[in-house]
Design a protein around this ligand. Structure first.
Ligand code: NPG
Length: 382
């Protein structure tokens, strides 16, 4: 496609209730959104104007990973968008498939890169009338929906929240844990709701190998998995931990690339992998990791980063690929938001419907988007 320019916004969306993890409490989702404007040549070579949307999952503060929203906006503004526009100026056009290579000289900043690739892919697919799901190779029309439950002020509050999500039909419960909030809440949920509910926990890197004994106590609760118990760069130590506990280990933060995924598999550091497109530099790398895991018999599931309806649409498409054999964190929009910027995703029998329209298959409602927008800038070839 040819690109005229990129609109970059920062939005602030209030969450229905504060979301607490081992790394902090969020009351608001701050996100950078991109709108790429340009044109695509139809098969008869007639150009048609298109736009595409990208969502950057970096949070306001660098607590989950080193990226953060203002940093992502800065690297997009100063380095990533200018490289993309420079390429279009030199060669006449660009495809989403070229973006990873084009941006490779810029080190890191995968969430920012992923947002730009997502926007170009959305525009490209809208231009040819293909859906994200069709393009990525989805094999299902609906995906089972799991929900991530933040750390609660008390076990009583936790049981109430979990009971409410189960009543809504969520297909799997994930409890956020941290040192001091692990064995007791997990045991309480198991005792209260029984052994049949699909249950897993997420530590967001809050433990060290010295905590192996505490983590082994979770073996009694028949969890689907424990996600990212140790630090992002503790891949070898996760392999050690895997020998000390029975609960399958799933890695999230550690899997930042296809290469990292290959190392995790080779070292047997995880039996399951969480795939988040933002964390790995885009939906194309996410698909590559899916393919790698599938070839190696490693089950994967789609992680969530409290996305708006735009990122949620892309995640639903990704989660519909055949190797995604565990329910992902692709919950209904009302899990986090009173008002989403797109038509809301809703739960139907514990599942989310994968959009089928061109590109993401969803549109921002511009009045709503504008009401959450705090800054807008237009980036074009200088
Ligand atoms: O359903 O979108 C969702 C949230 C799932 O818990 C969730 N995400 O560590 O995976 C995580 C966590 C997260 C949220 C991480 C926001 C970073 C930012």
């Amino acid at each position: 496609m040819k690109i005229t320019g990129v609109e970059m916004r920062t939005i602030r969306m209030p969450l229905k209730s504060p979301f607490e993890t081992s790394f902090g409490v969020e009351a608001e989702r701050v996100a950078v959104l991109l709108r790429v404007l340009g044109s695509v040549a139809r098969p008869d070579r007639r150009p048609v104007d298109v736009q595409g949307w990208g969502e950057c999952v970096a949070m306001e503060a660098p607590l989950y990973s080193s990226e953060y929203a203002d940093g992502a906006a800065d690297v997009l503004r100063r380095f990533l968008v200018p490289r993309l526009l420079g390429h279009v100026k030199d060669t006449g056009d660009v495809t989403a498939e070229q973006i990873d290579g084009l941006l490779a000289p810029i080190i890191g900043h995968r969430m920012a890169k992923a947002a730009l690739e997502m926007a170009v892919l959305d525009a490209q697919l809208r231009g040819i009338g293909q859906s994200f799901a069709g393009y990525l190779g989805a094999t299902r029309q609906r995906v089972p929906s799991g929900v991530s439950v933040g750390i609660q002020p008390s076990v009583t509050a936790l049981l109430e929240v979990v009971g409410d999500y189960l009543a809504q039909g969520y297909a799997r419960i994930k409890l956020k844990i941290k040192p001091g909030w692990d064995v007791t809440p997990v045991q309480a949920v198991r005792e209260h709701f029984g052994g049949l509910i699909p249950l897993q926990v997420d530590a967001n890197a809050a433990y060290t190998l010295a905590d192996a004994r505490t983590l082994a106590r979770l073996d009694a609760f028949d969890l689907l998995l424990i996600e990212q118990p140790l630090a992002e760069d503790d891949i070898r130590q996760h392999a050690e931990l895997a020998r000390l506990i029975r609960t399958p280990i799933c890695l999230d933060e550690s899997v930042v690339s296809v290469r990292a995924a290959a190392d995790v598999i080779a070292l047997r550091a995880a039996q399951v992998i969480n795939i988040k497109a933002g964390r790995v530099g885009g939906y194309l790398n996410a698909r590559r990791i899916h393919d790698l895991c599938r070839a190696n018999g490693i089950p994967v599931w789609c992680g969530g980063m409290v996305e708006t309806g735009l990122g949620r649409a892309a995640n639903a498409a990704l989660a519909a690929l055949p190797g995604f054999t565990l329910p992902g964190d692709v919950s209904a929009s009302d899990r986090f938001y009173e008002q989403d910027i797109t038509a809301p995703f809703v739960l139907e029998d514990g599942e989310i419907i994968v959009p089928t329209g061109p590109g993401l298959g969803v549109e921002p409602i511009m009045g709503v988007l504008d009401s959450f927008t705090v800054t807008t800038e237009w980036l074009e070839q200088g």
